[in-house]
Design a protein around this ligand. Sequence first.
Ligand code: UDP
Ligand code: MG
Length: 326
Amino acid sequence: MEKITIIIPCYNEEETIPIFLKEIDKVYNKMRESYDIAMEYLFVDDGSKDKTLSILEEYSKTNPRVSYITFSRNFGKEAAMYAGIENSTGDYTVIIDADLQDPPELIEEMYHILKTEEQYDCVASRRFTRTGEPKIRSWFAKMFYKLMGKISKTEIVDGARDFRMMSRRMVDAILSLTECNRFSKGIFSWVGFETKWLEFENRERVGGTTKWSFWGLLIYAIEGVVAFSTAPLAISSIIGIIFCIISFLGVCFIFMRALIFGDKVAGWPSLACIMCFIAGIQLFCNGISGIYLSKTYTETKKRPQYIAKKIHRASQDTNEKTDPEK
Ligand code: UDP
Ligand code: MG
């Protein structure tokens, strides 16, 4: 019998969990007809402030497949996914959102592909439409993927979701990356392994609201760039060199002009503008170095990705904390 662990990161999902459970149970029952499998739904309550936790506690009493981990506070979806992966005991591991934007019925197809096509270790999903999303958000997302394609060696697929099924060896490979600043879309691609892509049309949430604000997404995009590319550092150095050359030529020109035509004290406003501009560029480049430095700083602290308040497994119940050394 093979086990599939389904990881569901949840932050304030009281509205969607009951609907999600109904859907995933349907998938489980259907898959049981054709395969000899066991499933565990590993919900990760990412410090929700609504009734998410009490709903999970209730369901875990009646549904033998429901496990949950609850965090001491909100650590973010990346930490929730990491906690799920770290605690996954399945031969196959699935990551799926609680809001049914990722169609659970694809899980059967994913399993079928991994069982029959041996070259694949991962079946991932990507949405080919972004209907229902604000236009400006789609535009920025597109630009982000384009930019990443240019400045990073790690391929990050446009529209790729975190929704995927992975083999045990791929999950172990992901766990071997211990960085604190995690950008999973990059990590999934960085570890390699053959991935098959399934496409689906974008869906609206079944309830609740998205946790992503525009700024949240912008910061997430910067995290992605910093985690998988050092090109901004090189670009800032190149900008520095270009400005050195321009200023050297400018000094030569001014010096020659003063020798030939004398120095009429003029042009102060333009000089002030140029100084401001160059100071801006310097601060910008400093800022880029600063971002990388701050990431290095947080990495050296080696803080745990999350602190679990309680872990309830479908078969066991423990009050474990994560090992801070991990
Ligand atoms: N999520 C989480 N922690 C957070 C934010 C979100 O675990 O801090 C979960 C959320 O409950 C959902 C998934 O991550 O299951 C995706 O979140 P959301 O639907 O808000 O993102 P979107 O689909 O709009 O990108
Ligand atoms: Mg969503």
